[in-house]
Design a binder for this molecule. Structure first.
Ligand code: SF4
Length: 488
C-alpha cells in the first residue's frame, strides 16, 4: 500500500459491528430493528441485514451499504414476523463483500436460526479447519459464519438450543457478543471476558412484554425501550414471548475485560456504561487530562465529534474557555471520492474546517480522543496554525496507542502506530505542536469508576487478555519483543 493510499484511510481505529434484535409479537419487528440498527450505524457502515422469523419461516434481507440504503419501506413491509435479528457490519475478519454481510441464517433439525456477531475470534483458523472437515458448506470468509456452523453442528448432534449455543460458544476464543434468533426464543450471549458490549431492555403496555437486545443502550432509546441490564460477561440470556423475566445463566467464568476504547471513542456518547452516559465519562477524562497535563492557553477546542466532551471537561477543570474552533462536515462517508494527492497538497479540506475568527491570535489547546498513525493530527495542526493560532498544544484523552487490536477493532499493524515507533518528543516534532500530552492509563481507568481489572487495555500496554493464533499475532505485531510475546 502506498503512503498516499494509507493516508486516505481513516486515522482512527474502526469499530467492528453492531447487533440488534427484538422479540415482539404483534409489533412491526423489522421496522423496529431498522431503527435499532440506525442508532448503531456508527459501529459499522459497510453492510446491513435483518432476518425476521414468522413461525418456522425466516426471511432475510442484507446488502452492502448503510441501513438507510439497504432498507426502504417496501422491503420492510415484506418482512412481517414476531422476532427480528439485525446487524451492521464493518469488516475485521473477511473482506467487505455481501456474502460476508450478516445475520447468518442456517437450518437445523429444530428449524432455522439467525445469528449476528460483534467481535473477532482469535482461533478462527483452527475453528475453520474443524468446520471445513464436516459437511458444512462455508459461503463466506467470516468468523461469524464459523460460530453459526458450530451451533448448527451442536443442534443437529442432538442438543437443544440453549445447550447447543453453550457448546458452540465453548469452541470459540476471542471477542463475541451474539444475538441469536430461533423460531421460539431470542438468545443473547457474551464471551467470558465481555470484550464487546451487549445490553437488553423491554417495552410494551397492558401486560405485553417485548424484549430487545442491542450492542449499546442508544439502540434501546431510539425505539422507546427501557434499559434493564447488560448481558454479563460469560452470560447466556434467553427471552421468550410472554415471559416476565428472561432466563439468565453463566456459561463461562473469566475476568471481565471490557474494551476500554468503547468507553473512550467507539460507543456513542449517549450510550450508558456503568450507570452513566459515556458523555459524562468523556467529560471526566478531560478533567483528569487537565490536571495531569496543565498548560497556559487562551482557548480549548475539541476535534469533532468525539473530542468535544473531553474538551469541555478540560475547559471546566482548567478554567480555560471552550469554543468551537473546528467545524466538521458530517456527510463524508466511506464511499466518498477522496481528493487526489495533488488536491490534498493544494489544501483541500474535506472533513474539518477551522474557524479563523475564533482561533486567530490565540494559544490553543486542542483535544482529540486518540492518535493512531498521526496523519490526520499533523494536517490538523497545520490547519490550526494557518487559521492564526499562535500556539498549538495537543492533549489526547487516551494513552499512546502502541499495540494493534485482535478483538474486533480494525487498527493498523504495529509498525504503523506512531506511538510504537516514535518517542513523545519525536511525535511532537512530527505533528508540529508546541506540546503534546496523553492521558495516563491510570487516569483513563480510574475515571470510569470501575475496577481496573474490568478493562482490556491491550492497545495501550500490550497485555492481551486472550492468547491468539500465532499467524494472527505475527500479522500485526511487528515490533513486539520476543520475550513479551512469549509471556502472553
Ligand atoms: S486491544 Fe484495545 S481496541 Fe482491542 S479490545 Fe483491547 S482495548 Fe479494545
Amino acid at each position: 500500500m502506498s503512503t498516499a493510499d494509507r493516508d486516505e484511510r481513516p486515522d482512527k481505529p474502526e469499530e467492528a459491528c453492531g447487533v440488534f434484535a427484538v422479540l415482539a409479537p404483534g409489533q412491526q419487528v423489522a421496522n423496529l430493528t431498522y431503527f435499532g440498527l440506525y442508532a448503531l450505524q456508527h459501529r459499522g457502515q459497510e453492510s446491513a441485514g435483518i432476518a425476521v422469523f414468522n413461525g418456522d419461516k425466516v426471511r432475510l434481507h442484507k446488502d452492502m451499504g448503510l441501513v438507510s440504503q439497504v432498507f426502504d419501506q417496501d422491503v420492510l413491509a415484506r418482512m412481517p414476523g414476531v422476532l427480528a435479528v439485525g446487524h451492521n457490519r464493518y469488516s475485521t475478519t473477511g473482506s467487505s463483500r455481501v456474502c460476508n454481510a450478516q445475520p447468518v441464517v442456517l437450518m437445523t433439525r429444530l428449524g432455522p436460526f439467525a445469528l449476528a456477531h460483534n467481535g473477532n475470534l482469535v482461533n478462527a483458523g483452527e475453528l475453520r479447519e474443524a468446520i471445513a472437515a464436516t459437511d458444512a458448506e462455508l459461503t463466506s470468509t467470516t468468523d461469524s459464519e464459523l460460530i453459526a456452523f458450530a451451533l448448527q453442528e451442536a443442534v443437529n448432534g442432538g442438543l437443544g438450543w440453549k445447550e447447543a449455543i453453550r457448546a458452540a460458544a465453548g469452541r470459540c476464543r476471542g471477542a463475541f457478543s451474539l444475538a441469536i434468533g430461533t423460531p421460539g426464543a431470542l438468545f443473547a450471549l457474551r464471551d467470558g471476558h465481555g470484550i464487546r458490549p451487549l445490553v437488553f431492555g423491554s417495552f410494551g403496555e397492558d401486560g405485553d412484554h417485548h424484549w430487545v437486545v442491542s450492542s449499546e443502550s442508544c439502540g434501546l432509546d431510539i425505539i422507546g425501550a427501557t434499559y434493564l441490564d447488560e448481558v454479563a460477561p460469560g452470560e447466556l440470556v434467553q427471552f421468550r414471548a410472554g415471559d416476565l423475566e428472561p432466563e439468565r445463566s453463566r456459561w463461562s467464568m473469566q475476568p471481565t475485560k471490557l474494551c476500554v476504547f468503547e468507553m473512550i471513542y467507539f460507543a456513542r456518547p449517549d450510550s450508558r456504561f456503568f450507570g452513566e452516559s459515556l458523555y459524562s465519562y468523556r467529560c471526566r477524562i478531560g478533567e483528569v487530562l487537565a490536571r495531569e497535563s496543565a498548560v497556559e492557553a487562551d482557548l480549548v477546542i475539541g476535534v469533532p465529534d468525539s473530542g468535544i466532551p473531553a474538551a469541555i471537561g478540560f475547559s471546566q477543570a482548567s478554567g480555560i474557555p471552550f469554543a468551537d474552533g473546528l467545524i466538521k462536515n458530517r456527510y463524508v462517508g466511506r464511499t466518498f471520492i477522496q481528493p487526489t494527492q495533488a488536491m490534498r497538497e493544494a489544501g483541500i479540506r474535506v472533513k474539518l474546517n477551522p474557524l479563523p475568527d475564533v482561533l486567530s491570535g490565540k494559544r490553543i489547546v486542542v483535544i482529540d480522543d486518540s492518535i493512531v498513525r498521526g496523519t490526520t493530527s499533523r494536517k490538523l495542526v497545520a490547519a490550526l496554525r494557518e487559521a492564526g493560532a499562535t500556539e498549538v498544544h495537543m492533549r489526547i484523552s487516551s494513552p499512546p496507542v502502541t499495540h494493534p487490536c485482535f478483538y474486533g477493532i480494525d487498527t493498523d499493524n504495529q509498525d504503523q502506530l506512531i506511538a510504537a515507533r516514535l518517542s513523545l518528543q519525536q511525535i511532537e516534532a512530527h505533528l508540529g505542536v508546541d506540546s503534546l500530552a496523553y492521558l495516563s492509563k491510570e487516569g483513563m481507568v480510574e475515571a470510569a469508576h470501575a475496577a481496573s481489572t474490568n478493562f482490556c487495555t491491550a492497545c495501550f500496554d500490550g497485555k492481551y487478555p486472550i492468547e491468539m493464533e500465532e499467524e494472527m499475532r505475527s500479522s500485526k505485531l511487528m515490533l513486539e519483543p520476543a520475550g513479551l510475546a512469549a509471556s502472553l
